[in-house]
Design a binder for this molecule. Sequence first.
Ligand code: CP
Ligand code: NVA
Length: 335
Amino acid sequence: MARTPKFSALDNLRGRSILRLADLTDIEIREVLALSIALKADYAAFRDTLAQRALVMLFEKPSLRTRVSFEIGFQKLGGCVTFLDHRNEPIGAREPVGDYGRNLERWCDVIVARVFKHETLIALRENCSIPIINALSDIAHPCQALADAQVLVEHGITLESCHLAWFGDGNNVCLSLMELVAIMGGRMTVVTPPSHAPCSKLTNEILALAARSGAIITLTNDPSSIAGADAVYTDAWISMGQANCPEKISSLRALAVTPEIMRIAGPHAKFMHCLPAHRGEEVVDAVIDGPQSIIYDQAENRMHAQNALMLALLGAVPAARFVPAGTVEILAKHR
Ligand code: CP
Ligand code: NVA
């Protein structure tokens, strides 16, 4: 075990909100990942770092992974959590979003919200002095992308040179992964039907980020373009809140992740999915349950990555910690 240098970029995160992954710089992402790896290795070393802190969770949609990983994660660090179920009453229906935020900030230190409209998160951020974390909106799932980045690193895939292949609907999870690659470098091949390509306005913003890092992001409908990819990633064809549209399903059928698709990527390629999976639709059992699948590592890392992020946003990163071998090297790459 070696002693880490001070997490200097994490100091800059104190008090900030994370609505999209692009709210973080490459160095901030790298340091959050290093802290997450340290947490995962030794929770006891971080005992009570969030004592006396309170988290409020606002969810307009169902959740397994996000809800459990935030609640248990925050409590493991000594904080307390309140969950507000907004599945039957959107945030802003009973009272304006601004009033909502100005009440919550009097009692809690951080808000985690899962919403249908990204604008709800922006309204909360504009009316609150405490950090807001996006737990999934119509356009972004930044905590998923952070956890996935850690999984890639742990499986020996270097972010700067990674080739990530996306298959299916160009949705919220896809957009956050595009942001990850655009910020960190590497390559992403996004294979969708033209009618379900990622939002063009956000894609243009992301391509501008990629131009700065040197990342290459390609939008295509050609499955053969994923040859040699390090990981093949897919997600539900119909996201929560979207109408179950038969035309959309039929346009996506050719992009189900099958053993044949994994063969195009190559035997070294990992299979990734944010979950929940719709077995027999976007992925078949032989792939999701097969040896290339790393889906449960993704689910596990949600908790560690989110905890690292919350420690930073709350200014609660311990000044110096003993961390596992390799963590310092991850940081050093960017120094
Ligand atoms: N991946 C993910 O966000 O899962 P949940 O919808 O179960 O939270
Ligand atoms: N794209 C999916 C992700 C679920 C975690 C949805 O928005 O429902």
